[in-house]
Design a protein around this ligand. Structure first.
Ligand code: SF4
Length: 313
C-alpha cells in the first residue's frame, strides 16, 4: 500500500481530502472529527457559550446552517443544559424558499430540534417578491433585492430569537463569509462595520440578541464536504435574486488567491482579529436608540428597516 495515501491523522484509512493550508491528508472520519473539533475550539476560544444558553440557530436550509445545526445538536449530548431552537426566515421567494423550508423542517425533525418560521409577510406586510415588484414599479430605490433582504432578514432573525426566548443566535457564517465581509467593508470604507462584524457581537441594546458564529474558522468548501460526508440534505439551488456584485468579485478574487497562496483566508481573518481592538478604540461607539416607528433598536430616529419599507409604500 502507498503510505502517502493514508490519512495523516489516524494513519489507517485512505485519505480522501488534502487540506492544502495545513498539509493534512484526511480520511472522511478524521475530516468530520476535525470540523467538529474546530467548532468546539472556536466556541471555547471566543467564550461563545454559557452552560445554560438557549441558542436560536438561524437555519436557511443551505449547507452551512444545516451543518452547524447538526454539530450543535451533537454538542447537546455533552451540554444537556444547552437548548436549541432553529429559526428560519421565510422571505417569500417563490419557487426557492418553499423547498428550503421543507428541507429545514425535515432536518429539525430528525435532530429533534424545535423549529420556528418567521415570515417577511407576517412581519412587514410584504414578501420579498412583492418588495422587488414594488421596487420595479416605483423605481424609487437603487437598492438591490439582496440589500433589502439582508436588512429585513437580520431584523427577522432577531425578532424570531426573541419570540422563542433565546439567549443567543448562532449563525452558519463560514470563514469565507467573514473574510468577504471584511474586504467588502474595507472597499466601502465602512470602518465602523469592520469593527462590528465579529465572531461574537457586542451587547449594544437590550433588544438585540447576541450573535455567535461558531463556523467562522471553517472554509466554505469544508462546510460543504462536512454536509456531504454526514449525508445532510441541503438546498443547493441558488436564490433567483443572488448576485451581490461586490461580494461576488471578492469571493472570486479570494478563491484565486487561496489557490495560489494556500491559507490566505485564514491570514486575513487573523489580521482583522488583531486589528479590531485598535479599530474599536478609534471609532465613536454607536449609541443605539429606539426607532420612533417600530420600537426596535436603531442608530437614528428611524431604523433602516422602516426607512426601506417607506420607499415601497
Ligand atoms: Fe436574500 Fe439575496 Fe440571499 Fe436571496 S441571495 S436570500 S435575496 S440575501
Amino acid at each position: 500500500m502507498i503510505t502517502s495515501n493514508l490519512c495523516t491523522c489516524c494513519k489507517r484509512n485512505q485519505a480522501f481530502y488534502f487540506r492544502l493550508y495545513s498539509g493534512e491528508r484526511l480520511c472522511k472520519r478524521c475530516f468530520a472529527a476535525s470540523i467538529e473539533a474546530k467548532v468546539r475550539a472556536t466556541l471555547t476560544h471566543h467564550h461563545m457559550l454559557k452552560f445554560n444558553d438557549h441558542l436560536a440557530v438561524a437555519v436557511s436550509g443551505g449547507k452551512d446552517s444545516l451543518s452547524i445545526l447538526h454539530i450543535l445538536s451533537k454538542l447537546r449530548r455533552h451540554r444537556p443544559q444547552t437548548k436549541l431552537t432553529a429559526v428560519t426566515v421565510d422571505e417569500g421567494i417563490k419557487g426557492y424558499r418553499d423547498e428550503a423550508l421543507t428541507i429545514a423542517a425535515d432536518s429539525c425533525k430528525k435532530l429533534e430540534v424545535p423549529h420556528q418560521v418567521i415570515s417577511f409577510k407576517g412581519l412587514y406586510g410584504f414578501t420579498l417578491d412583492e418588495i422587488v415588484a414594488k421596487l420595479h414599479e416605483t423605481g424609487k430605490s437603487e437598492l438591490t433585492p439582496c440589500a433589502y433582504c439582508g436588512v429585513l432578514r437580520r431584523r427577522a432573525i432577531n425578532i424570531g430569537a426573541r419570540q422563542v426566548d433565546a439567549s443567543k443566535i448562532a449563525t452558519g457564517h463560514t470563514l469565507d463569509d467573514e473574510v468577504q465581509t471584511v474586504l467588502m467593508n474595507f472597499l466601502r470604507g465602512d470602518i465602523a462595520r469592520l469593527a462590528k462584524e465579529k465572531p461574537v457581537t457586542s451587547e449594544v441594546h437590550p433588544l438585540f440578541v447576541q450573535k455567535i458564529k461558531p463556523f467562522c474558522k471553517i472554509p466554505e468548501r469544508e462546510s460543504a464536504l462536512y454536509a456531504y460526508i454526514k449525508k445532510i440534505n441541503f438546498q443547493d439551488t441558488p436564490c433567483p435574486y443572488a448576485g451581490e456584485a461586490l461580494r461576488n468579485d471578492i469571493r472570486n478574487m479570494l478563491n484565486r488567491m487561496e489557490e495560489k497562496h494556500a491559507g490566505t483566508k485564514f491570514t486575513v481573518s487573523r489580521a482583522i482579529e488583531k486589528l479590531r481592538p485598535a479599530i474599536e478604540e478609534t471609532i465613536k461607539r454607536e449609541h443605539f436608540k429606539t426607532c420612533r416607528e417600530c420600537g426596535e433598536p436603531s442608530s437614528g430616529d428611524l431604523c433602516k428597516t422602516c426607512e426601506m419599507l417607506h420607499l415601497i409604500r
